[in-house]
Design a protein. Structure first.
Length: 82
């Protein structure tokens, strides 16, 4: 499999992981993925991928500013999403 095909496949997996139980998160995360993900550094892309493992309610609280993640890398991505 070529590198570009592998990258496209990984991007589609991320798109699927952005689909959440809360519509607000779907819209926010998919928009960020479509418009900002490719401009992130590799470490920021990894942090975004890690962020997608966060439970929906906690992730929404992060995005809304009601809570902040303890990890610096995750906070940087949350700041970009906001």
């Amino acid at each position: 499999m070529s590198r570009s095909a592998q990258d496209a496949r990984q991007f589609e997996r991320l798109r699927w992981r952005c689909r959440r139980g809360l519509l607000e998160l779907d819209l926010i995360l998919l928009d960020f993925l479509e418009h900002r993900f490719h401009s992130l550094t590799p470490s920021e892309q990894e942090a975004f991928t890690q962020l997608l493992s966060t439970p929906d309610n906690t992730l929404l609280a992060y995005i809304q500013g009601a809570q902040n993640p303890a990890e610096k890398e995750l906070m940087q991505i949350i700041t970009k999403i906001r």
